[in-house]
Design a protein around this ligand. Structure first.
Ligand SMILES: *Cc1c(COP(=O)(O)O)cnc(C)c1O
Length: 443
């Protein structure tokens, strides 16, 4: 049997790392075609990122009004950036390597409204769709105060339209909560492995939840099929949506400001390393793309995936992107990491990132739980398993001497490096579920 034109043995022959990946071992892969930003042609630009940021600013008065928890940030949905020194010490002891520089956590787990990284892309896509409709029908101008959107006449207008999405959980939460708030009819197609509490929370908010016995790809396929039959329906395409992608990318502009507020300037003398949990790729891809536009060659981004579902890694290593799946390489795509149980990566994201990404690594589920328990114990930060995937990244970079390999002779600058693990979810996990996660991690 061939996979994208080659046998497994041929793939392993040219890319030996695949043999470890197939055994579900933890791997670290430095991207052999990693390039300087100006040489990597993507067809996308910083203007797309800025356009998305401006749109979110237009919506801020509305968000502040309908989600009072965002009032203090003026309706801007943003998360804290925290140093996690105790976690750093523990990781160094555990792995017996020194991590030079600062070690930080970007707490998208605690983004307002939906408690995961999906509050960036997902909410942004719903807002953009609402804006497009309202402007097209002469109900809104870009110069208006968007808090008018909270008026009943807009809810009534949006109720003529519907939004559909397929999701393993968190995207459904973001799309569902935001769409329902605006007045859209909304349907979330979920895979069977989606958590019960997520389905219940959505149903309570008036979202139509459809469950599918198969995996995530099937849920997406079914959602897409039903959406196509209805001209008033908008399908949120997790695999191909540029809107989602640019919604996520705004994080880069925000992070730059946050670092500056903390007196940290990224540049020649201070490299930035960012470790992003990756599912289908839109979230981490959008953020990493934005970071490369903002920080250029001074930022190095890595994707982190579960050992049983490293779809983006296989897409990048083979260069075949969405033409390969983890199942074809003998993996079962089973992981407790919500949002990361994805068998086939986004081809769009893979192609945009193939020369911009520094590398990728995989993490075992047991390790995710252990890190989860330690993060709770040492830093008092509670995350869902997937959100821990980026944490071991700094250890890999230290162990492999990654920086010296891409910037020969610049080893000394690692002393001033900033490492950021992107914590992608956990803020809405019910207490009893969180307690069981922590318990499992302790064991
Ligand atoms: C969705 C999600 C990711 C990854 O985002 P993709 O766009 O699917 O790659 C990571 N962590 C959590 C908690 C998520 O919900």
């Amino acid at each position: 049997m061939k996979i994208a034109g080659k046998t497994v043995d041929e793939w392993i022959g040219t890319h030996p790392v695949i043999s470890q990946v197939m055994k579900a071992e933890e791997v670290f892969w430095a991207n052999p075609i990693y390039q300087p930003v100006r040489e990597a042609e993507t067809g996308l630009s910083i203007d797309d990122v800025k356009d998305a940021e401006a749109r979110l600013r237009r919506f801020a008065p509305y968000i502040a009004k309908v989600f009072p928890e965002t009032k203090t940030s003026g309706g801007i949905i943003e998360s804290p950036l925290k140093e996690i020194p105790e976690m750093k010490k523990w990781l160094e002891q555990e792995s017996a390597v020194g991590i030079t520089g600062q070690f930080m956590l970007k707490c998208d787990s605690h983004l307002p409204i939906s408690g995961s990284v999906k509050a960036r892309g997902g909410i942004y896509e719903v807002l953009k769709h609402a804006e497009d409709l309202a402007i097209e029908h002469g109900l809104l101008n870009e110069s208006d105060d968007y808090s008018v959107l909270a008026e009943p006449r807009f809810r009534e207008f949006f109720s003529k339209y519907s939004i559909t999405v397929g999701s393993t959980g968190n995207l459904g939460l973001s799309i569902g909560i935001m769409s329902a708030k605006m007045g859209f009819r909304v349907t979330v197609h979920m895979s069977s492995d989606a958590k019960e509490w997520k389905k219940n929370m959505l149903r309570e908010k008036g979202v139509n939840v459809v469950e599918h016995p198969d995996d995530y790809s099937k849920a997406v396929e079914e959602g897409r099929r039903q959406s196509e039959a209805d001209p008033n329906d908008h399908f949120v395409d997790d695999e191909n949506s540029k809107t989602l992608f640019f919604g996520y990318s705004v994080a880069a502009l925000r992070l730059k400001r946050q670092l500056e507020e903390q007196g940290i300037e990224i540049g020649e003398e201070r490299p930035l390393f960012v470790y992003l949990p990756c599912g289908v790729g839109g979230g981490p891809g959008g953020i990493a793309f934005g970071l490369k536009q903002v920080f250029g060659d001074h930022v190095h981004c890595f994707f982190a995936e579960p050992t049983h579902a490293p779809c983006m890694l296989l897409g990048l290593v083979t260069g075949k992107h969405d033409k390969v799946s983890v199942q074809e390489f003998g993996l079962d795509n089973r992981t407790d990491a919500d949002g990361l149980a994805v068998g086939r990566p986004s081809g769009f994201v893979g192609k945009v990132m193939e020369r911009l990404l520094a590398g990728s690594f995989t993490v075992d589920d047991d390790k995710l739980y252990r890190l989860l328990a330690k993060m709770s114990e040492l830093e008092d930060i509670r995350l869902e398993p997937s959100a821990l995937a980026g944490v071991p990244g700094a250890v890999h970079v230290a162990k492999t001497g990654f920086y010296a390999s891409v910037h020969p002779g610049m080893k000394g600058r690692m002393d001033r490096a900033v490492h950021i693990a992107w914590a992608t979810g956990g803020g809405m996990v019910p207490e009893d579920v969180m307690a069981s996660y922590i318990e499992r991690g302790r064991e």
